[in-house]
Design a protein around this ligand. Sequence first.
Ligand SMILES: NC(=O)c1ccc[n+]([C@@H]2O[C@H](COP(=O)([O-])OP(=O)(O)OC[C@H]3O[C@@H](n4cnc5c(N)ncnc54)[C@H](O)[C@@H]3O)[C@@H](O)[C@H]2O)c1
Length: 271
Amino acid sequence: MSYNLLKGKKGIIFGALDEKSIAWKVAMRAKEEGAEFVLTNAPIAMRMGEINKLAEACNAQIIPADATSVEDLENLFSKAQEILGGKLDFVLHSIGMSPNIRKGKSYGDLNYEWFQKTLDISALSFHKVMHVAEKQNAMNEWGSIVALSYIAAQRVFPDYTDMSHAKALLESIARNYGHRFGKMSKVRVNTISQSPTKTTAGTGVGGFDAFYDYADKMSPLGNASAESCADYCITLFSDLTRMVTMQNLMHDGGFSYMGISEEVVEMLNKQ
Ligand SMILES: NC(=O)c1ccc[n+]([C@@H]2O[C@H](COP(=O)([O-])OP(=O)(O)OC[C@H]3O[C@@H](n4cnc5c(N)ncnc54)[C@H](O)[C@@H]3O)[C@@H](O)[C@H]2O)c1
C-alpha cells in the first residue's frame, strides 16, 4: 500500500545485491512511495547482474562505487545529482562485509589486515559517504541518512567476530556525524538495528540458523523481516520523522528488551 510518503524526494541506495537484500526491498518500497533514486554497489557486485533487474523495476540508474573509495563516492554523488536534477533527500547505507567471517576465522584468530578491511567497508565507508555529501553540499535541508546495524554492537554474539566492532563504530559515526549534519543543514542521521535476516551477508555468519531461530523465539513479535525493515526505512526518509536523529533504532520485534521467553524456557526444558 502506498501513502506517497516520498513523493518528490531524491536519494541514493547502496547495497542491493539480490532480491533478498534489505536494500532491494527498500528500493522497491521507495519507488512505491514516489521517490526517485540512483542505485549503487561495489563494481565486483555488479558482475552478478541481479541489480539490473531492480534498476529496471524501479526505473533507476546504476552508478558503481566501491564505498571505501572517496574518489568513487565523489563520482557517485556528483553523477547522482546530475541524473536526479538536484540535491538529495535521503541516503541508505546498507553495506557490510568481513573477510574474517567469510574465511571462518574465530575471534581469537583474526587476521588484522582483514579486520581493517571489515572496519573500512562496514563502518568507515559511512563516514566517507557523509564526508563526500558534506563537501559537495549534496543534501537538502531535513534530509535523512540511514545505515543498518546489528545488536552485536552492544551484546556479545561470538560468531559475529570483528563485525561487532564495525557495527559499534558505525553507530558511533551516526551519532557524531548526526550532530555535525544537524547543526550544518538540519540533516538527520540514524542507524536501524535489524533482526537477523536471511540475506547473503546475514547467512554468511557462522551459526546463523541457530541465532535466527533463537532471536525469533525470544522476540514477542518474532524476527522483523527485510520487508518490514524497508517500511521502517521509508518512515525515516519521510517528513514524519524530522526530529529523530543520532539514534540507534531497534527494529527487532522486541528482542533487545527481552531477558528470556516462554518459548526458550520450553525449548531448554525439553532437553
Ligand atoms: N542480514 C542480517 O541478518 C542483518 C542484520 C542486521 C543488520 N544487517 C546489515 O544490513 C546491511 C545489508 O546487508 P544485507 O543483510 O541486506 O546483505 P547483502 O549481502 O544483501 O548486502 C550487503 C551489501 O554490501 C555490499 N558491499 C560489500 N562491500 C562493498 C563495498 N566495498 N562497496 C559497496 N558495497 C559493498 C554488497 O555488495 C552487498 O550488496 C549490512 O550493513 C548488514 O550488516 C544485516
